[in-house]
Design a binder for this molecule. Structure first.
Ligand code: ZN
Length: 180
């Protein structure tokens, strides 16, 4: 990092399509990145953020849906139950919202910044956010879930966001859906 500020990357930035690497040993650098990620998430009024969204190709996420902050490393879904469908936005896909079918409940294993092992049982919105952020770690974005018809209507918006290029702030319209 070398003291450089992390910034939110938007659609069109290749880093969003890369598979994040597993963190082998947690260092001070990882802890610093996680704190910065949490700050950026809160400043952007998001409820979740994955490391690739700030240009870091490592398996780290932060989540806070209003019930407390999670800073997690190497998160992995080990069990899924049920189905739900929620309207999702994404800090990396400004102005886009898509209704996505996901599991209603997920069990996630991860380590925290002190390398302590956790298993988290997440339900409803929290389950949705975990699945969204872990998608980011696999290079997957909400636009990949859009139907062909939705892709056509989104096309202009998506191209618009991509054309603005990386690292450039895209004006964000007021949205009612969660940004993750
Ligand atoms: Zn996202």
């Amino acid at each position: 990092m070398n003291g450089t500020e992390l910034k939110i990357r938007v659609l069109g930035d290749p880093v969003l399509r890369k598979k994040a690497k597993r963190v082998q040993a947690v260092s001070e650098r990882h802890r610093k990145i996680l704190s910065q990620m949490a700050r950026i998430m809160y400043e952007s009024q998001g409820i979740g953020l994955a490391a690739p969204q700030v240009g870091i190709e490592e398996s780290m996420i932060v989540i806070d849906i209003g019930t407390g902050l999670y800073k997690l490393i190497n998160p992995k879904i080990v069990k899924k139950q049920g189905r739900q469908s929620l309207e999702e936005g994404c800090l990396s896909c400004p102005g886009v919202s898509i209704k996505i079918k996901r599991s209603k409940k997920v069990f996630v294993t991860a380590i925290d910044e002190d390398e302590k092992q956790h298993t988290i049982e997440a339900d409803a919105l929290l389950a949705c956010v975990f699945q969204h952020e872990i998608d980011h770690l696999n290079g997957k974005l909400i636009v990949d879930y859009a139907s062909l018809l939705k892709k056509l209507t989104l096309g202009k918006k998506i191209r618009g966001a991509a054309d603005k290029g990386k690292n450039e702030a895209v004006p964000e319209p007021k949205t009612k859906f969660a940004k993750l």
